[in-house]
Design a protein around this ligand. Structure first.
Ligand SMILES: Cc1ncc(COP(=O)(O)O)c(C=O)c1O
Length: 404
């Protein structure tokens, strides 16, 4: 029998200050209303499940068990599966000692926050930025300063002015096909950003889960590569690179990595020991099995599909959105960003859109310090071209009726 005469334990009182600073993802809450089967959702932003290489994963799992036996299911080193680290290091002209395997790049952001952010440290973020990074950093008590952005990403001139009066510890950026805007930082700005942050002694955290998913235009060097060229040695590079196999293979294996100078990797190893000892051995071995022979073709399939879907979304927006609505045209990745006339607030608009059978994510939560009430993020990655056309037509109607 349940006893009801004891007062409930006072959890509010015992949760740490750090815990109190955490909040649930606003997006996850919003997604609950968009998950009706009759709603076409551009809100979620999941990789397309029909493109997952299921058969290849099955075969790789079997090969790994045959090759490694019980070692595939045993505890392993915190740094990660050496063949995978070697493969990643060779691509970046660094050594495996500069590569730490992580359990999703979300863990990389958390552990980087843990190791780099003291309470009150100024953390520079793009306006808007990836919401998950804000969630990861938040418990460590950063003081956010927003850096203005435009169609070419971070406005480096505005950043330079800002740095006259602000002493920052870290700058977090998503230079390729940013989540949430789909924008890409231009080459010239990449060079300026690397130089500027190095001169000011600011750690530059480059989050790049989408870089391989370019469907138009030319690939640009990573901030990490530019930082390495400038520094001459991976241990002198002030850029920390974070990427993931989530968007180029499958997200469910939770395999990702960080490239950084060894003194920081050393601290990340300690943080990871406390967090989860290591990323699942079996998963890392499966990924290592897939990177050479399966991943290139997989990336090609995903690129092609997302390119088609993005193209369809832009065409549909041209057809159905009223004048005065602006949107980005991504060169890769999974998202684009819509800016409506000032008088529209996209948070209440979401309810009206859902009533017409379409969902998006309102833009405001992506701003660390507020703003963007008239913006929204749309994801085209897991909708068919036919759904995109119908969904964008419904969204166009919703916007028109809000403007009337
Ligand atoms: C910019 C960015 N960083 C990190 C992540 C986390 O990805 P994962 O933990 O699956 O590697 C995401 C996922 O959507 C993202 O968009």
């Amino acid at each position: 029998m349940t006893r009801t005469d004891t007062p409930p334990f006072a959890w509010d009182r015992v949760v740490s200050a750090r815990g109190q600073r955490m909040n649930s993802s606003v997006i996850r809450e919003m997604l609950k209303i968009t998950q009706r089967p009759d709603v076409i959702s551009f809100a979620g932003g999941l990789p397309a499940p029909e493109l997952f290489p299921i058969e290849a994963v099955r075969q790789a799992a079997s090969t790994v068990l045959d090759r490694y036996g019980p070692a595939a299911l045993q505890y392993s080193t915190t740094e990660g599966h050496l063949p995978l680290r070697e493969w990643l290091a060779a691509r970046a002209s660094i050594t495996p000692q500069h590569v730490q395997i992580m359990t999703g790049s979300q863990q990389s952001l958390d552990l980087l926050g843990k190791m780099l952010i003291n309470e009150g440290d100024v953390v520079l973020v793009e306006a808007p930025t990836y919401l998950g990074a804000l969630q990861s950093f938040q418990p460590y008590g950063p003081q956010y300063v927003q850096v203005p952005t435009d169609d070419h990403g971070i406005d480096v001139d505005a950043l330079e002015t800002l740095l006259h009066t602000t002493r920052a510890k870290l700058l977090y950026a998503v230079p390729n096909f940013q989540n949430p805007t789909g924008r890409t930082l231009s080459l010239e700005r990449r060079q300026q950003l690397v130089e500027l942050t190095a001169r000011h002694g600011i750690v530059l955290v480059e989050d790049d889960p989408y870089g391989a998913l370019r469907f138009t235009g030319e690939a640009l060097p990573s901030l990490y590569t530019l930082g390495l060229e400038r520094a001459g040695h991976p241990d002198h590079n002030h850029v920390v690179y974070s990427s993931s196999f989530s968007k180029v293979l499958v997200p469910g294996l939770r395999d990702a990595w960080v490239q950084a100078a060894r003194p920081l990797i050393h601290k990340l190893v300690q943080a990871k020991q406390g967090a989860d000892l290591h990323t699942p051995t079996f998963n890392q071995m499966i990924v290592a099995e897939l990177v050479e022979d399966v991943m290139p073709a997989q990336i090609e399939r995903v690129r092609q599909a997302y390119g088609e879907r993005a193209g369809q979304m832009v065409q549909s927006m041209q057809r159905h959105f009223p004048a005065g609505v602006q949107y980005t045209t991504p060169q890769g990745g999974m998202f684009l960003w819509v800016t409506l006339p000032e008088q529209i607030d996209t948070a209440p608009l979401l309810q009206q859109a859902v009533a017409r059978g379409v969902a998006f994510v309102p833009g405001a939560p992506f701003f660390a310090l507020g703003g963007g009430h008239n913006t929204m993020r749309l994801s085209y990655s897991s909708a068919t071209p036919e759904q995109i056309e119908r969904g964008i037509a419904a969204l166009g109607e919703t916007i028109r009726s809000a403007l009337d």
